[in-house]
Design a protein. Structure first.
Length: 289
């Protein structure tokens, strides 16, 4: 067995959010020892009232004793809302891709900000990516809506338009920005009429604003009017919408912080998954920690 290759694969699991030193790592080692041309691993996670499942695809490179983590099929399952379930194949190219939690956030409809790598010419660029649930590729994947840096969306500047208490602390501010860039819904505190109010926010690169929802609801909404300096926040809210943009598959991103000396995976091909019906996001309450 190629121990260096096994370490590489285990690092992929770690940095893509599938854990380390757990049952999945043990199954990975067992399958590598078998020496099959390809194999799959299964894992799942529970987020309040929904469940994320993932089938991870590994393949061996020709006659070499080297395996690559090519892609994973993610499926988001809602409790009591089968018609709202969604699925997407996420590809691993040039070392890494969307993490498992980022895949969950994308399937929930939120945007994720990462360095992307074009499979055509390996050009790197930063962009917000969001799934368009109204349009699919021939393979059955949802197409991506993409907002590059040139679109003018500056998350930090947008946050300062709101009376967010956490922005007064540099560490809390940076943690908030990193969380929103990963597509998370993040709790913050607004100061309104000299009172502190807890709300949930998420990035919205389409409107160049943020989505705001109160503690009592999970339905993400969009602020139509920005607060003026010195005035309390008055929000006109309505559901956010997204427009599609054509982009080739696979859509690939880079995960910061991974050692660059690790071997690179070969380019993955598209998964032949049958189309799924366009889902409806259910009305529900959910608390994110």
């Amino acid at each position: 067995m190629n121990s260096e290759n096994l370490d590489y694969l285990q690092n992929r699991l770690k940095y893509l959010g599938f854990g380390e030193e757990g049952p999945l790592n043990q199954e990975l080692e067992e399958n590598v020892l078998l020496g099959q041309p390809e194999f799959q691993l299964f894992t799942d996670a529970v987020y309040e009232d929904c469940r994320m499942e993932a089938t991870l695809h590994f393949s061996r490179s020709g006659e070499r004793d080297t395996y690559y983590f090519k892609s994973y099929d993610a499926r988001l399952l809602y409790a009591g809302s089968i018609e709202a379930d969604k699925a997407q194949t996420f590809y691993i190219y040039k070392k890494w891709g969307f993490t498992f939690k980022e895949a969950f956030n994308l399937l929930e409809g939120r945007a994720v900000y990462k360095k992307r790598v074009s499979p055509k010419d390996d050009t790197e660029y930063w962009a917000w990516s969001q799934l368009n649930f109204g349009e699919k590729t021939p393979s059955g994947n949802y197409k991506y809506t993409e907002y590059k840096d040139s679109s003018g969306y500056d998350l930090e500047k947008v946050l300062h338009l709101y009376p967010i208490i956490e922005l007064q602390d540099e560490q809390l501010k940076m943690a908030l920005i990193r969380s929103l860039q990963r597509g998370n819904i993040h709790p913050v505190h607004f100061v309104k009429n000299h009172k502190k109010e807890k709300v949930f926010i998420e990035a919205n690169p389409k409107t160049k604003l943020i989505n705001i929802s109160p503690l009592a609801t999970r339905a993400a909404t969009r602020a139509e009017e920005l607060p003026k300096e010195g005035e309390p926040v008055l929000l006109t809210l309505q559901p956010a919408t997204h427009q599609p943009v054509a982009e080739p598959e696979p859509s690939v991103v880079e995960e910061p912080g991974i050692p660059p000396s690790e071997p690179e995976a070969t380019e993955a091909t598209e998964a032949t998954e049958p189309p799924h019906p366009s889902p409806r996001r259910p009305q529900r309450k959910r608390i994110y920690k």
